[in-house]
Write a protein that binds this ligand. Structure first.
Ligand code: OOG
Ligand code: NI
Length: 447
């Protein structure tokens, strides 16, 4: 029997294949990758402490492979099949995001690796949204959209076979894994030909641009890929020089000494030519590029404070003013690793230093790590946030959908329906971070 391939290897191959495909489809994404690589290199050259910290935390190796993508699905069946496809790549649904709050008729999860080794090898994540047809007001149009979606299959027949095969055998040979990656890629490819005529497209578009994007094409094209930068302010400032037009405002928390959660910005979606059924021609605007800067994952307590301050700060229209205002409001959020740890606001991964290893017998379960840190026996590294932020996601959606129809559907979360469509509950992000911290303490003999 040929040697079987691990989920990590399949995910790695798949994320590389996806990136190569998207660079071909959206050349500006390739430019963005270059810009981000240049900025990351400069940051690491100028900040030896950060460089060293990233090496010690096994963070550096993944930096250049790190990215997330996003897709939008039309039906429950598509979502549950996708869950099975991503499971083969070691990616599992984490968190429920209700975007209806922001007037976007979808709810979402993110498929991502969950264990330490998989995350440090390749943390490829896919933000996955499911269209909520029930939020289309016009019953005839809702019915029409459902019928159109029923007629498509976004998975190739061979992809379905390979998924079933893997579920039966629990593994792939190298050849099967390679074929699976190629077949899976087809689901995310852009199609210039819509499945509907121009009138249908326009009717759906008028309801919401996103509905047309989900319903009118034969696949669930990847709509952006996002590399991770170490200095998002610098990338935002340099975008124009590289011929890229950025979104007005960087989403998320302000710049900090200890970066928090996730900051994001994107470039505007491209207007692309489309052929409609029955010979019509037109354009469709959906695909864009995004960058992100990731920081420390927050505990529930830290997250509650983040949400409160973000809400207090409100939304800005000019980035510079908005960032200054955010900095001001976020003065209420402690900004040192020590304070974040002491106040239980963020998660840390504990490791023994060589001196700590030598004194391991002196550690007892339940010991306070702080004196050991001060003695140089233990180091506490920030656990990086691997998930998404609903307010930021809404901002990214809106910047690419035009701000025309932002009717609000408050309190319309429908997590049960989402999980039913998915075929399993989503994992809880806080539990995952807590477990990572607990595991690391246990390895140090502190628990
Ligand atoms: C997803 C937008 C959200 C993020 O990084 O928060 C997102 C979409 O436009 O489909 O990608
Ligand atoms: Ni994104």
């Amino acid at each position: 029997m040929a040697q079987s391939i691990t989920a990590d290897e399949i995910r790695e191959d798949f994320s590389q294949a996806m990136s190569a495909m998207y660079q071909q489809e959206v050349p500006q994404y390739g430019t963005l990758l270059e810009l981000v690589a240049d900025v990351n290199l400069a940051v690491l050259e100028n900040n030896t402490r950060l460089h060293e910290q990233m090496v010690n935390a096994d963070e550096l190796a993944r930096l250049n492979v790190e990215r997330h993508g996003a897709i939008r699905l039309g039906t429950a069946e598509e979502l549950s099949m996708l869950r099975r496809m991503f499971a083969i790549m070691g990616m599992y649904p984490v968190s429920y995001y209700d975007l209806s709050q922001a007037g976007v008729p979808v709810h979402s999860t993110a498929f991502r690796p969950v264990d330490d080794a998989a995350l440090s090898r390749n943390p490829f994540r896919v933000f996955t949204s499911l269209l909520r047809l029930e939020l289309i007001d016009d019953p005839a149009l809702r019915q029409r959209a459902a019928e159109i979606l029923q007629q498509r299959d976004i998975f190739t027949p061979r992809c379905r076979e390979l998924i079933a095969l893997h579920e039966e055998r629990g593994e792939f040979t190298a050849a099967q894994a390679q074929e699976f990656v190629q077949q899976a890629l087809e689901t995310f490819r852009w199609h210039q030909s819509a499945t509907v005529d121009r009138e249908t497209y326009q009717a759906l578009h008028q309801q919401h641009r996103l509905i047309a994007d989900v319903v009118c094409f034969p696949g669930c094209h990847i709509n952006h890929l996002t590399p991770r930068t170490l200095d998002i302010d610098r990338v935002q400032a340099l975008m124009a020089e590289y011929g890229i037009e950025p979104k007005a405002v960087i989403e998320g928390p302000p710049r900090r000494d200890v970066p928090l959660l996730l900051r994001q910005t994107s470039f505007k979606a491209l207007e692309e030519p489309v052929k409609f059924a029955g010979d019509g021609q037109g354009t469709h605007t959906a695909r864009f590029g995004e960058i992100e800067q990731r920081g420390i994952a927050l505990t529930q307590k830290g997250r509650a404070l983040y949400d409160k301050l973000l809400n207090e700060a409100g939304v800005g229209s000019d980035n510079l003013t908005h960032q200054l205002h955010l900095q001001d409001v976020f003065k209420a959020f402690p900004d040192s690793e020590f304070l974040l740890r002491q106040q239980g606001l963020a998660w840390f991964r504990y490791r023994l230093t060589p001196a700590g290893e030598a004194h391991r017998q002196a550690f007892h379960p339940g010991d306070d790590p702080q004196p050991l840190i001060e003695r140089g026996w233990v180091i506490a590294q920030p656990i990086i946030y691997e998930d998404f932020l609903p307010v930021s996601a809404a901002g990214i959606f809106q910047s690419n959908l035009g701000n025309g129809n932002s009717s609000r559907h408050h309190g319309n979360a429908s997590r049960d329906a989402f999980e039913q469509a998915l075929g399993c509950p989503v994992l809880d992000e806080f539990t995952l971070y807590e477990q990572a911290e607990v595991r690391s303490k246990r390895r140090c003999g502190l628990l």
